[in-house]
Design a protein around this ligand. Structure first.
Ligand code: SAM
Length: 334
């Protein structure tokens, strides 16, 4: 059999579209977080920092909440055939553990590792190959923020009748909730399981919890990873300063997030093909944000999309939670 891997690419990640998105990010001075996973170097930097900093990799109790969530998701499915759709799959480590549990429970598993990055999708594909054969794996590159026809694209995959389990691990923090939650709602059909994780603000006091987790972002490996985006565009590290802070979002939910901005101390022009975007001394560009939820906020936000939380598992540290949600039987996808 040929060693060639077939990867489907949605137009949302065609080069001309990615160029337009990049220019839009620079002009708006708000970087779409997909641009931090674009190059091989960024992918490697992120995978390395995730391995040393992510509680799911470093805290056995945090890893355990994933296994508990996986067990509940597996036991909640009656079907013999299960299609796992990993949205923003990254290196696919979590999805592969879930695939293993499904296989060990006697299910025939199909897998769609989906991500904005071709490199990530291929890393996830390789990890999953330990559990399922290549012909049951359908890698899909797409931008979840803009691919409006994702429900149809998933329905067109040659999977046949199967229950669907959608994973969305570590993704909710990096999207504006009003953008991503309706999209998740539109994807989840009655009977589908939605398993996702959220970074939480630990403790009873939201502000204190936010200050406690700030060093998980404001550190050397994360700074290096985020700066790669600007350095690759010709910005010099000493053109300015990267600063992290805590922001309140003026939403009715009162969500808070960690955000990182690069503040220019001297003028700099960035060129993208024939386009130029000028930054003056004193300008700032937002490179990153990460919302920290509370379990109550997660439940509230999902309910607005007609999704019910069926189970939740919070790490003893209070810093990460795994949630199993779904659309009640008899209701339509949003
Ligand atoms: C924080 S990582 C989470 C990876 C993995 N789910 C995990 O928990 O280990 C975010 C992932 O989302 C992907 N991503 C970022 N923006 C995206 C977008 N707009 N659409 C699809 N994937 C995106 C990145 O390439 C990266 O792999």
């Amino acid at each position: 059999m040929s060693a060639v891997v077939q990867v489907a690419v949605h137009p949302s990640q065609f080069p001309a579209q990615v160029r337009r998105d990049l220019l839009a990010s620079l002009r708006a001075r708000r970087v779409n977080h997909k641009f931090h996973y674009d190059s091989l170097r960024q992918t490697q930097q992120w995978l390395a920092l995730h391995q040393v900093l992510s509680p799911s990799r470093t805290d056995p109790n945090c890893a355990a909440i994933y296994d508990q969530g996986f067990a509940a998701a597996v036991s909640g499915l009656n079907a013999g055939r299960v299609h796992l759709v990993g949205l923003g799959c990254g290196g696919g480590q979590k999805d592969t553990r879930l695939l293993q549990q499904l296989r060990d429970a006697g299910r025939t598993v199909f897998y769609t590792p989906s991500d904005v990055s071709v490199a990530m999708v291929l890393v996830a594909w390789q990890a999953a190959r330990a559990v399922l054969p290549a012909e049951r794996c359908f890698p899909l590159v797409c931008d979840l923020g803009t691919a409006d026809d994702l429900p149809a694209a998933l329905a067109a995959l040659p999977v046949g009748a199967a229950a669907r389990l959608i994973t969305f691990f570590g993704m909710i923090p990096n999207f504006e909730p009003e953008l991503i939650l309706p999209r998740l709602g539109a994807l989840a059909r009655p009977g589908d399981g939605l398993l996702f994780s959220a970074n939480l603000a630990p403790g009873a006091d939201y502000d204190v919890g936010m200050r406690r987790i700030l060093p998980q972002y404001d550190n050397a490996p994360t700074r290096d990873w985020l700066m790669t985006f600007l350095l690759d565009l010709g910005v010099a590290a000493d053109d300015g300063e990267l600063r992290f802070g805590i922001e309140d979002r003026p939403l009715r939910h009162g969500l808070k997030r960690v955000a990182a901005y690069f503040h220019f101390r001297r003028p700099r022009e960035i060129r993208v093909d024939e386009h130029r975007v000028a930054f003056a001394a004193g300008d700032a560009i937002r490179l990153f944000f990460s919302y920290r939820h509370t379990p109550a906020l997660v439940r509230e936000l999902l309910e607005e999309e007609g999704l019910n939380v069926r189970g939740e598992w919070v790490a003893e540290s209070g810093e990460e939670g795994v949630f199993l949600a779904g659309r009640p039987a008899g209701s339509a996808a949003g």
